[in-house]
Design a protein around this ligand. Sequence first.
Ligand SMILES: [Cu+2]
Length: 263
Amino acid sequence: MLGFKKLSLLLTAGLMNFSATAFAAYGLNMPVGVSPLSASMHHLHMTMLWVCIGIGIIVFGIMTYAIIKHRKSKGHQAANFHENTHVEIIWTVIPFIILIVMAIPATKTLIEMNDTKAADLTIKVTGYRWYWHYDYLDEALDFFSHPSTTQEEINNLVAKDEHYNLAVDQHLVVPINKKIRFAFTSNDVIHAWWVPQLGVKKDAVPGFITESWTIIKEPGIYRGQCAELCGAGHAYMPIVVEAKTQADYETWLVEQKTPKNPS
Ligand SMILES: [Cu+2]
């Protein structure tokens, strides 16, 4: 049997190792992202986290104090009372006030998330088993985006790419600083289009249109995945969004619309 001291040492070492690895490699927290929406979501998440930490410290502080200060070994007797109206009012009113205080910023962010009005461009995103289709509704341009990770990489027969399982054959190219409205649907089962850096995660449901939006502040490549368990290929359904400046985006549009020479 392990002694208590040895066990706690092992646990502490394990936890320290876990948190160092977790923060370095996995990034446990939500990203701030590159859109106003992702920043609002991150801010809301951190506000709620600090409220919960505050409540945790106060509740566990009072409990710990009471347990230590009024322990039986010091000769304290347990109080024996029932139906204290004052206490019952206090423990109803305080959580009610806390919930209202939390609901105000949460509602503001929810309204912002659903405000797809006045978009500069609309892209219809359709989920397929197991790839995506993008339709630029204002541009008469559409294409499929398939995962480009090879079966050899998946089976460890060759070295894995830096963007293993997060790479596609054709990126969804969009302009920066423009309000992009996404209209999601699906051709078969329920999928979910999720790109954390853009603050977009929305179900793509067959027969329905769901909506979301983003404004990307910086050019770059942002990666995501399908976030709805959609079948055998669910884990191999990446998303790659490439944000370009307006001029580069327009050049890309012209290239896409130019018919390719038949080879
Ligand atoms: Cu899917």
